[in-house]
Design a protein around this ligand. Structure first.
Ligand SMILES: *Cc1c(COP(=O)(O)O)cnc(C)c1O
Length: 434
């Protein structure tokens, strides 16, 4: 399988380049040269396959030029080692829980798969691979957990001091081993600027083989299509028909992965794009005008994105035709007050605790069903509610914390404080190699 950049479709690169480069030099996004069809014997037998069987069948369509089936199996075995269960709220409204991985958010699927692919690509090489990642919270935790203990790879995380939640900070700073945390006295944008400048610096690149683990890496997208098949399978076995997926969205990676699943043959009726006040894509779906703007802060902050990075991939999949995209995708947006009311309503009606991102999805699912009565909708629940206690507890009272999270709050934070000037960061990087 070769990959092309959305900005120059005629230039194709191999898997290794697409993965280690992450972002093409022309600033486009890597896409598979063709979307492979899942063999019909797999699609027709989903209900007899385990989640790992399904993940393997999908992954090998993309990896088989570069990895043997045994290698892909091994990779899936390590990366996709937790479930994605569907819970039903009503006959036709369902929740796909994507938070059963180590960082309690769906980003674990992408991060773990990417870590497994990258480590295999650099296996046996002399030089260690160093992943630089700037995080505003969730991504860093998933990437750190994904790469923990992976041989020949180290991860350096830059996070903004005082601007990630206490639990998120613990997830970034307590792992040790091949994970190093830098606490930057600045904003997320400052962290991102340091990473970008490091990639262009000659002295650093002489000492390090650098790569990035940001959300536009194609290997974060591929595994996110696994669970669309898995969810469909779980509904099918309950004898249900046409299925729609509702995706709480920020950078639209999750939704784009759903589009890939549909192109691979999964019979999805519609996708429902649910956003908070950052409603650039719902506006586009209604008007045909794509107008990025600065993000606004909300209580579903992992979706506070003003210029969704996967939008160009979505456009590419529809041949840049707005009319075609809006046949497949519905878009709805909600305020924080509506979201809080939804958290309360879901708890009262169904005794189910949904995080603020999932609650935005719930509102969109209901709005869609109002005009499509009787259709099945699966809402993607993108994170565990306990990751958002400052929002959840004032609405529902103390919702508690699962053991996995409680454990890390006792661990000791280890982070190196740094200023935002590039020279300090560069000196720190070079001095480790001296
Ligand atoms: C990252 C994230 C999202 C947004 O996902 P995209 O793929 O960027 O659209 C939604 N919810 C949670 C909890 C997240 O961490």
């Amino acid at each position: 399988m070769k990959f092309f950049s959305t900005k120059s479709p005629d230039t194709k690169v191999d898997l290794r380049t697409a993965v280690l480069q992450s972002l093409p030099p022309d600033n486009g996004l890597y896409m598979p040269e063709s979307i492979p069809a899942l063999p019909s014997n797999v699609l027709e037998n989903l209900e007899h396959l385990s989640f790992q069987d399904i993940a393997f069948a999908v992954a090998r369509q993309y990896l088989s030029d570069d990895f043997s089936d045994a290698e892909t199996l091994d990779l899936i075995d390590h990366a996709i080692n937790f479930p994605a269960p569907v819970k039903s709220l009503t006959e036709d409204l369902h929740v796909l829980e994507l938070w059963h991985g180590p960082s309690l958010a769906f980003k674990d699927f992408g991060a773990r798969f990417m870590a497994a692919v990258m480590s295999r690509l650099v296996e046996g090489e002399d030089q260690k691979l160093t992943i630089l990642v700037a995080t505003s919270g969730d991504t860093g935790g998933a990437v750190a957990a994904g790469f923990l203990g992976v041989p020949n790879v180290e991860v350096i995380i830059l996070y903004p001091k005082g601007k990630v939640s206490p639990l998120q900070e613990k997830q970034l700073t307590t792992l040790g081993q091949n994970i190093t945390a830098l606490e930057i006295d600045g904003t997320f944008d400052d962290c991102q600027a340091l990473v970008k400048t490091a990639f262009l610096d000659r002295d650093i690149n002489e000492q390090y083989q650098l790569s990035s683990a940001n959300s536009i890496n194609i290997t974060r997208l591929i595994p996110q299509s696994f669970y669309y098949f898995e969810a469909y399978k779980q509904l099918q076995t309950k004898g249900r028909g046409e299925v729609n997926f509702c995706i709480p969205s920020g950078n639209f990676g999750n939704l784009t992965a759903g589009l890939l699943a549909k192109r691979m043959g999964l019979p999805v009726n519609h996708f429902i794009a649910a956003t908070n006040a950052n409603d650039i894509v719902p506006v586009y779906l209604k008007s045909g005008e794509y107008t990025p703007r600065p993000s606004v802060q909300t209580i579903s902050n992992a979706m506070d994105v003003g210029n969704p990075s996967n939008f160009r991939r979505m456009e590419n999949l529809y041949g840049n035709q707005w009319e075609e995209m809006k046949q497949d995708i519905y878009g709805y947006a909600y305020t924080d007050d509506q979201t809080k009311d939804a958290v309360k309503e879901i708890h009262e009606k169904y005794q189910y605790i949904m995080d603020p991102h999932g609650a935005v999805g719930y509102l969109a699912a209901l709005e869609y069903q109002a005009t499509h009565p009787g259709e099945q909708v699966v809402i993607l629940e993108t994170a565990h509610p306990a990751k958002f206690l400052p929002v959840m507890n004032p609405i529902l009272g103390d919702i508690g914390v699962p053991n996995r999270l409680a454990e890390i709050s006792d661990r000791e934070k280890v982070a190196t404080p740094l200023n935002i000037d590039f020279e300090s960061f560069k000196n720190w990087l070079l001095s480790r190699k001296a």
